[in-house]
Ligand binder design. Structure first.
Ligand SMILES: [Zn+2]
Length: 305
């Protein structure tokens, strides 16, 4: 029995891997700026936790990578996707956040000589959440997480302008999804890497440590920059109008309706029931799973202020 089944299971396992493995692919946004758009679903062994967006800028002095993936193997997949566009090495990694897929590939790129940069509070939150994110990822990635070392960005900078390889990157805090989350704005190209501030195609998630108030404020600041293209945290590369409809308007709703009800001390259950069905957002993926929990957390944030 054992001799018969073991090789069969082995072959089936290999087949499943090969058939479903998700390989990242770089797409040009504009000029020398590229995006890698990850799948909208959950982390898995097949996608190596790359269920988010990444990006890079090719310069004559090397590649600037924005966010490094969720694991050592995920980082290698990102590197392979970059390699199809340029032979330049990744010389800098800039992290927009502290959620697993934003930075757990840092150690891999650092081991190959890249300098890893983030805003100070982004790096601090990475250090704070690192162990918890590794635990969580293990459930989804299993053995494919082996060899991954959490490395909070060693070069922590204050909000401001980075000049890397002749490119200007402006980092600013958004503090929306995780405390210390940031965006990377490329003024010369009119491209915004929003990190987990903007979600399109799927509903954004409000977590217990997220801030709806900060998200709304940051989105208004993003809109004022009038980016030509936005590489959102999740979902396809988009323009400002789509980001406004699918993220900006939702933050405005959470603040103006749910937040206002909380401040008026209206009952939470009745408030959530009243806004349970919102036709302008219900086409977004994950709406059914996230919308009520998002309102719940927004309510709590405003109730306590
Ligand atoms: Zn994310």
């Amino acid at each position: 029995m054992r001799m018969l089944f073991a090789p069969l299971l082995f072959i089936l396992a290999l087949g499943a891997d090969a058939a479903h493995a998700w390989e990242p692919r770089a797409e040009k946004v504009v000029d020398n700026v590229y995006a890698i758009v990850g799948p909208l679903g959950q982390r898995s062994a097949e996608n190596d936790g790359l269920n988010a967006n990444f990006g890079f800028v090719v310069t004559p002095h090397g590649v600037v990578l924005i966010d490094s993936g969720a694991s050592r193997l995920g980082a290698q997949k990102l590197e392979a996707a970059i390699r199809k566009i340029t032979q330049q090495p990744v010389r800098w990694v800039v992290n927009t956040g502290s959620q697993d897929h934003r930075w757990l590939g840092n150690a891999y790129f650092a081991s190959k000589g890249a300098e890893v940069v983030a805003l100070a509070r982004t790096a601090a939150t990475q250090a704070e959440y690192g162990a918890q994110h590794m635990e969580g990822l293990k459930r989804f990635l299993g053995k494919r997480l082996d060899g991954t070392q959490p490395l909070p960005a060693p070069k922590a900078v204050e909000a401001g302008t980075l000049e890397l390889g002749g490119e200007t990157l402006e980092l600013a805090y958004t503090d929306a999804h995780f405390p210390g989350d940031a965006w990377v704005w490329l003024p010369k190209h009119g491209v915004m890497f929003s990190g987990d501030l903007v979600y399109v195609d799927r509903l954004l998630g409000v977590l217990p440590w997220s801030s709806v108030r900060s998200g709304q404020r940051a989105f208004h600041a993003l809109a004022a920059l009038k980016p030509a293209r936005i590489v959102p945290g999740h979902g396809r590369v988009c323009d400002l109008a789509q980001a406004q409809r699918e993220t900006g308007d939702y933050y405005d709703f959470l603040v103006a309706q749910v937040g206002a009800a909380a401040k008026e001390m209206e009952p939470m259950g009745a408030t959530l029931d009243r806004y349970a069905d919102l036709p302008e957002f219900r086409h977004l993926k994950n709406y059914g799973d996230l919308h009520r929990a998002n309102m719940n957390r927004a309510f709590i944030e405003f109730e306590s202020q």
